[in-house]
Design a protein around this ligand. Structure first.
Ligand code: PMP
Length: 398
């Protein structure tokens, strides 16, 4: 027998990643999440977080957590929701989210990743069909792959490709689920929600929208893609949102009909077999929702920064994507170039991550710049200046 050791099997893989500029390391944040941060020992302006409204470090959220100390709340939930872990704070947060979104029910999950696994594993059975956008988030892809249904991907935002797939749908009694990000996490563009809804309706398909980057930030009142496009979810719509991005806390939720939520409670393994999030975090989530509801001014400021950035970047001739959201990628091509720009930005005091394969397709490595309502117009201007300097030195070195 000559079985491999862990070292023998994986050290060469890690070395190969290094050689291809694809090695991943975790930057160490040494201060609270906010625009001015210490990361890896260096003081930088952070343009990489998903804290779109600047709530992650909001004093109101810290106060809410502090207040939980005097309430009858434990630090740990102690058990799964179906055992004894489902506290009043979880329950109230679910009701308040449902009320805000105008849906029958909401179910909390510890993470959006788990919510995306749960929905597709439970709803989609053998003989059913999942149709997902090619650029969907990894958790949506994993959920589709782990379900018993067939899984096909359609070209990004290509509604005629989706329509073609829908027309090939198999048996009359099998279910079809269209799955899409609301705001695409690495491109920042939006799904074509009105068309998706129409196609779903015409083909009696269900629609699952992951609006992780939309809830809180998009739409006048932060209700995400549905509000932005002035659409209404119907009883065959499933929504997913996270609390770890614009809400500034952590966790996620699925929103939809009473039957949908009861089905997930009864059958979703990623819901049933895991410890409920801390009741303190649920209490902070309730406060986050209160802040999100009152954040019209923050959203307006964020939109102004997005416009400012896009105008400045296009004046520099930088390759912007078609993104109205807080995610503003600049596609540079190969991983080495993206890393070089990211490194040069770091030297100039800006933290902007280089997103490389396999997170994005080959030759589309990019800077993923994210804006937050906590940034100032001056910070955005200085980022643009730093990008211009990168552009200059890159042109010189070519
Ligand atoms: N969906 C999308 C589109 C995401 O970007 C993310 C997180 N990056 C998730 C789901 C997963 O959410 P969570 O971080 O809560 O697991």
């Amino acid at each position: 027998m000559n079985k491999p050791s862990i070292e023998q099997r994986f050290a060469p893989l890690l070395q190969a990643r290094q050689a291809q500029n694809l090695y991943r390391a975790r930057p160490l944040a040494l201060s609270a999440q906010q625009p001015s941060m210490q990361i890896n020992g260096k003081q930088v302006i952070n343009f990489s977080s998903n804290d779109y409204l600047g709530l992650a470090n909001a004093p109101e959220l810290k106060n809410a957590l502090q207040q939980t100390l005097s309430q009858n709340l434990s630090v740990g939930s102690g058990a799964a929701h179906l055992v004894t872990g489902h506290s009043l704070e979880h329950h109230l947060l679910e009701d308040e989210l449902a009320d805000w979104l105008g849906v029958e029910r909401v179910l909390l999950f510890s993470t959006g990743y788990m919510a995306n696994l749960a929905v597709q594993q439970v709803l989609m059975q053998k003989g059913d069909l999942i149709l997902g956008d090619k650029l969907n988030h990894a958790s949506l892809i994993d959920g589709a792959l782990q379900s018993d249904a067939d899984f096909k991907r359609y070209a990004h935002n290509d509604m005629s490709a989706l329509e073609k797939r829908l027309s090939k749908t198999q048996h009359a009694d099998s279910a079809t689920l269209i799955v899409s990000d609301g705001v695409f996490s690495m491109d920042g563009d939006l799904t074509k929600l009105p068309e998706l809804q129409k196609l779903a309706k015409n083909n009696q398909a269900w629609l699952f929208l992951d609006d992780a980057h939309g809830f809180g930030a998009l739409g006048k009142h932060g209700k995400g893609c549905f509000e932005y496009f002035d659409c209404q979810p119907d009883t065959n719509t499933i929504l997913m949102g996270t609390l770890g991005k614009a809400f500034g806390v952590s966790g996620a939720f699925v929103a939809g009909s009473q039957t949908l939520i009861e089905t997930l409670i009864n059958f979703a393994r990623p819901y049933i077999y895991t410890t409920a999030m801390s009741p303190m975090m649920a209490a902070a989530g309730r406060e986050a929702l209160r802040l999100v509801k009152q954040a019209d001014a923050r959203r307006e400021h964020l939109n102004q920064l997005i416009q400012q950035f896009r105008i400045g970047a296009s004046q520099l001739g930088l390759p912007l994507m078609d993104s109205p959201s807080a995610i503003q990628p600049i596609v540079l091509g190969d991983a080495a170039t993206a890393l070089a720009w990211s490194e040069q930005l770091k030297q100039q005091g800006f933290w902007v991550g280089a997103i490389r394969p396999p997170t994005v397709p080959h030759n589309t490595a990019r800077l993923r710049i994210t804006l937050s309502a906590a940034h100032t117009a001056e910070q955005v201007d200085s980022l643009l200046e730093a990008l211009a300097a990168c552009q200059h030195s890159h042109t010189l070195s070519r």
